[in-house]
Design a protein around this ligand. Structure first.
Ligand SMILES: [Zn+2]
Length: 451
């Protein structure tokens, strides 16, 4: 693997109800009609002035800076960052960044130094093919995280970004789709000049661009320049010179007063930081005695792990584990949904497991009921209709019917194909409405087949 000196500028969208400087709804979902959530402020109309910034976005940005172990700047000055582009009708972007201006500085996250954490507004989306501009995005709160060039391989960058997104999810400051965007700086120390690759939009593309750039620089050297990544060709390409000019003419925005953060506010935010993924993993292993592999599956998903922890208050965690990591996940995948989106109440799930545990219903029946927990769960009665049957006489009736109806399979079994019994068990389970006790079915069938 090629080595070099790599630094990142990462952007993520904050989850937010409103935009940063107006009350427009913050919506980023694909398929939203263009320009649905706009007003004179976020479309930059003449005379429109920003409202005071969205407090919760500022607080979330402070959380992120603290998570990255940054020092927090107590006086935040909004800057105008000027550039000309069709996505920016005001001619400038409002940002807490620029020369010497930041919200968090001198941080460190998993051994990588964090130079700065900034809060800024997103520009609109401009389609160069049609010339149309969609302002739904304009004014959404974005956080920028800038690292020192402490990475030496694409693999390190990939791991670090994976951790970053994981930790941010635990803070509940980013959505399912954080809309990660990044610029990367790459050079080979003492050999090549620093190249900036702009507008990378996934961890995968970031890693590919870095690998390509390290290889290219080792082969042909480099000038100090800005490039972009063509993801189809897997290559970086020089940007036009005009796009490279970077004099943003930062000035303090006269329309926005500085934000003053008090020590007690910062202390309060720090105290409110939730458990980190690492702390959660430790707890799963030590407190709930979950093996590392399953602990990892649970901890990967903050909603899942919180569901599990709540469930573990009501049901034995060891018993509950496969029902969460296998059955519940299968259920969610099947319905292409997430725990946050579909309504499964912990009480209802716990009740279902309780019925399995006290043998009122069979595990198979429970799985069938779980399938009906979409879009909403419900209290399971555990009545006669779903009750487990372990009465050998009743089961024998079903088994005899199945044996009669499946002569060919019976013949296979008798000729030594032992696995054929599984098909017959399945048929008996079907006949019983998934209520027959699996073990009894197997025993009775064996007995019948060996007669
Ligand atoms: Zn607006």
């Amino acid at each position: 693997m090629k080595e070099g000196m790599i630094g990142l500028e990462v952007h993520v969208y904050l989850v937010s109800k409103e935009k940063l400087f107006c009350k427009c709804k913050a919506v980023r979902e694909k398929g939203t009609p263009p320009n649905k959530y706009i007003c004179p402020i976020c479309t930059g109309q003449p005379g429109a002035k920003p409202m005071l910034p969205n407090k919760s976005a500022v607080e979330k940005c402070v959380k992120i800076a603290l998570m990255l172990n940054c020092e927090i700047e107590k006086k935040l000055n909004w800057q105008r960052k000027h550039y000309d582009w069709p996505d920016l009708p005001k001619g400038y972007q409002n940002t807490i960044s620029g020369k010497g201006v930041t919200l968090g500085r001198n941080g460190n996250f998993f051994g990588v130094r964090v130079r700065g954490v900034h809060l800024e507004e997103d520009p609109a989306a401009w389609d160069p093919l049609t010339g149309r501009v969609d302002y739904n995005r304009s004014g959404l709160p974005l956080v920028e995280i800038i690292t020192e060039p402490d990475f030496s391989t694409a693999e390190q960058v990939r791991d670090w970004l994976g951790k970053l997104l994981w930790y941010l999810q635990y803070l509940r400051v980013i959505g399912k789709d954080a809309g990660l965007k990044a610029d990367v700086n790459v050079n080979i120390p003492e050999k090549t000049e620093r190249v900036e690759v702009k507008n990378l939009n996934s961890i995968e593309n970031i890693a590919r661009a870095i690998e390509y750039e390290l290889e290219r620089q080792a082969r042909e050297g480099s000038n100090r320049e800005t490039r972009r990544f063509d993801e189809h060709k897997g290559k970086t390409i020089p940007m036009r010179e005009k796009e490279q000019a970077q004099d943003y003419r930062f000035i303090t925005d006269p329309d926005l007063p500085p934000i003053l953060l008090t020590d007690s506010f910062v202390r309060k935010v720090k105290a409110s930081l939730p458990e980190t993924p690492e702390e959660k993993l430790n707890k799963l292993v030590k407190h709930y005695h979950i093996d590392e592999k399953n602990a990892e599956i649970l901890a990967r998903n903050i909603e899942l792990v919180e569901f599990f922890e709540e469930l573990a208050q009501k049901v034995n965690p060891q018993f509950a584990l496969p029902w969460v990591t296998i059955e519940l996940l299968r259920h969610l995948n099947y319905h292409k949904t997430t725990l946050a989106e579909c309504e499964i109440k912990v009480e209802h799930f716990a009740r279902l497991l309780e019925l399995v545990q006290n043998k009122t219903i069979t595990p198979l029946k429970a799985k069938e009921i779980l399938n009906k927990f979409y879009p909403k769960s419900f209290y399971v009665e555990g009545d006669e209709e779903s009750a487990r049957v372990d009465d050998a006489a009743k089961i024998r009736e079903w088994c005899e019917e199945v044996v009669k109806e499946n002569n060919d399979v019976v013949a296979k079994y008798k000729s030594g194909e032992e696995k054929a019994i599984n098909f017959l068990i399945g048929e008996v389970m079907k006949k019983s409405g998934k209520r027959a006790d699996f073990k009894v079915v197997r025993e009775v069938l064996k007995e019948l087949l060996e007669q």
